[in-house]
Design a protein around this ligand. Structure first.
Ligand code: PLP
Length: 369
């Protein structure tokens, strides 16, 4: 029998996938964190043009210069994070960026702090890097518990805090004051913040997004084309940080990936430098869907905090009811797939049509009644 590495055996396949296994063929899928929109035409055209022009070879390990420049310009202009191309590495999606960051920073036994419930990759990537995942419960309002985080930062074993704002699975957006407080407390304790900003563009109503790097130079910024431009399958993201950090993470990328896909990088260049109206249109549609879903859940008497960002709602639904809802043909994810503090909750993705949301609510109403 093959003996596998303990750090691989210590992690499991994400609980999100498991929910699909029992669902029927006409089930409505509210389980996936994937936009249901197609990639905008100008972006697809740029990939076709790159292909036709024979841009099919390896690129620099850190990505093509034009894209690194475009990302640096975006961060400087939109995010108030002064940045040059040398501060940017193009990665295989947000996932690739998270991986090379954690691999580069974490020594055996060092702690990575993140919110619980939180995105499934943070703990698994930490374990794969030999580190110790340290989930910290969100407050009862599903926002960060700054005092609990500070306590963890003061542990000398804590090396990294992963901030995810807007957050998966809760859809919460942290205020600029909270972001500042966590970045500054992390800095005081010598903790590096990895700021996962993949849902940056999806903040609704009065919710204001702010990049964590505005508040300190102990921040590594991660983002991706995946959610913003409906490009999950293209696998392009980026990491922005000091030159010193880029120098190290490039080594990990060089030996694990060589470079992100060449033609997808040209597509991403069109995404960041081309018209942004498709992003605004997707955001407007998500916001309508959110309102529809939250109104429907509330009408059923299901307690839910109104999410201001991403495309998830995180209502309070006990595990046995989650199973009944899945059996009734609506795939949702139990909150425990995102950490033990998710018990009693479920994640519902509204990256699906309003028609589907209405039908899902009708099916759920029968179960809840
Ligand atoms: N970070 C968060 C919070 C996510 O929800 C996801 C995907 O669901 C990712 C990162 C990974 O993004 P990508 O598809 O670009 O690897």
């Amino acid at each position: 029998m093959t003996q596998f590495a303990k750090r691989v055996q210590a992690i499991d396949i994400s609980g999100i996938r498991k929910m699909f296994e029992g669902a029927g063929p006409d089930a409505i899928n509210m389980g996936l964190g994937q936009p249901d929109f197609d990639t905008p035409e100008n972006i697809k055209a740029a990939a076709v043009a790159a292909l036709a022009a024979g841009k099919t070879g390896y690129t620099n390990n850190a990505g093509i210069d034009e894209l690194r420049e475009a990302v640096a310009a975006k961060l400087s202009r939109e995010n108030n994070v002064p940045c040059e191309a040398k501060n940017v590495i193009i990665t295989a999606g947000g996932s690739g960026a998270l991986n090379i960051a954690i691999q580069s920073l974490i020594e055996d036994g060092e702690k990575v702090v993140f919110n619980d419930p939180g995105f499934v990759s943070y703990g698994a990537l930490t374990t794969l890097a030999g580190g110790m995942p340290c989930p910290v419960r969100l407050g009862s309002d599903l926002h960060l518990d700054v005092e609990a985080l500070k306590e963890q930062f003061s542990d000398p074993k804590t090396k990294v805090f992963v901030l995810n704002n807007p957050a998966n699975p809760t859809g919460m957006v942290e205020s600029p004051e909270t972001v500042r407080a966590v970045v500054e407390s992390a800095a005081d304790s010598g903790v590096t913040v990895i700021s996962d900003e993949v849902y940056e563009k999806f903040c609704y109503g009065d919710a204001k997004f702010v990049s964590a790097a505005v508040f300190g130079d102990n921040v590594i910024t991660i983002n991706a084309t995946s959610k913003t431009y409906a490009m999950t399958g293209w696998r392009i993201g980026f990491l922005a940080a000091s030159e010193e950090i880029i120098h190290e993470v490039v080594k990990v990328q060089q030996y694990t990936l060589a470079c992100p896909t060449s033609i997808a990088q040209y597509a991403a260049l069109a995404a960041y430098t081309g018209p942004q109206d498709s992003v605004a249109a997707m955001k407007a549609e998500y916001e309508e869907r959110r309102d529809l879903l939250i109104a429907g859940l509330s009408a059923m008497g299901i307690p839910v905090n109104r999410p201001d960002g991403a495309f998830y709602a995180f209502p309070q639904i006990p595990a046995d009811t989650v199973q009944k809802i899945v059996d009734a043909g609506v795939i949702i994810t139990p909150g425990t797939a995102f950490g033990s503090a998710g018990a009693g909750y479920a994640r519902m993705s509204y990256a699906t049509s309003q028609e589907n949301i209405k039908e899902a609510l009708a099916r759920m109403a029968k179960v809840v009644r």
